[in-house]
Design a protein around this ligand. Structure first.
Ligand code: PGA
Length: 253
């Protein structure tokens, strides 16, 4: 069973509507010749409509960076999964380490949000990953499997298989320091083994596990060449069409 590679761009709090529209249009053109690779981008919420317009017809999908687990109500300042779906989003990014660290998002909240996304018809992209202290203390496996278990929680196998898992070691995000292909592959293989233990075989076979953390054109091919790395979640290098395109090409090779 081959998993279709997925390259996702997390634009974080960058590119307002006009800049986002311009990059979306550039990407729609630059990526037109990609083969067998899915592409998703996560603009800041206010730029989503502009990007959706710019990538229309290109096959590039768009996601929201943050959702609440409640659809409507007195929850000032957040996004509803249902509204994101209605606006045209395909994905919801959930549990990014910046949300966990800067906005106190817990494992339990990540689980609730994954369920809310699925109920609204969005595909969850769930981020997990350890700090440097946890890695140095030999806790990588315990941390990422605890986070994954909380995120997938009570999902049925047919729901779990639609989730894209993004393994992003926190020490590699925005630092220029990437996990080596061997370090990343080791964790990805452990995550797949965890899925194999808990679900029917198709879930481990089909679920895409992306790597994130300082992915750039220079290291993408080696990372994406690992047997259990099915794509990348790209921050900094997704903000320029040429570097993002080079990563997409590395996945299509
Ligand atoms: P980076 O960010 O590629 O800039 O390290 C990755 C992410 O935060 O998803």
């Amino acid at each position: 069973m081959t998993r279709i590679p997925l390259i996702a761009g997390n634009w974080k709090l960058n590119l307002g509507p006009s800049q986002a529209r311009a990059l979306g249009a550039e990407l729609a053109q630059a990526l037109a010749d990609r083969r067998d690779t899915e592409v998703a981008i996560f603009p800041t919420a206010l730029s989503i409509p502009a990007v959706l317009g710019a990538v229309k017809g290109s096959g590039i999908t768009v996601g929201v960076q943050e959702i609440h687990d409640k659809d409507t109500g007195a929850y000032t300042g957040t996004n509803s999964a249902h509204f994101a779906r209605e606006a045209g989003c395909t994905w919801a990014l959930i549990g990014h380490s910046e949300r966990r660290q800067l906005f106190a998002e817990t494992d339990e909240a990540v689980g609730r949000k994954a369920r809310a996304a699925l109920q609204a018809g969005l595909l969850p992209m769930v981020c997990i990953g350890e700090t440097l202290e946890q890695r140095d203390a030999g806790q990588v496996h315990a941390v990422v499997t605890r986070q994954l278990s909380a995120a997938l929680g009570t999902l049925r196998p047919d729901e779990a298989v639609t989730v894209a898992i993004a393994y992003e070691p926190i020490w590699a995000i925005g630092t220029g320091r990437t996990a080596s292909p061997e370090q990343a592959q080791e964790v990805h293989a452990a995550l797949r083994a965890w899925l194999r233990d808990r679900y029917p075989a198709f879930v481990a076979e089909q679920t895409r596990i992306l790597y994130g953390g300082s992915v750039k054109p220079a290291n993408a091919a080696e990372l994406l060449g690992q047997p259990d790395i099915d794509g990348a979640l790209v921050g900094g290098a997704s903000l320029k069409a040429d570097s993002f395109r080079a990563i997409v090409q590395a996945a299509s090779a």
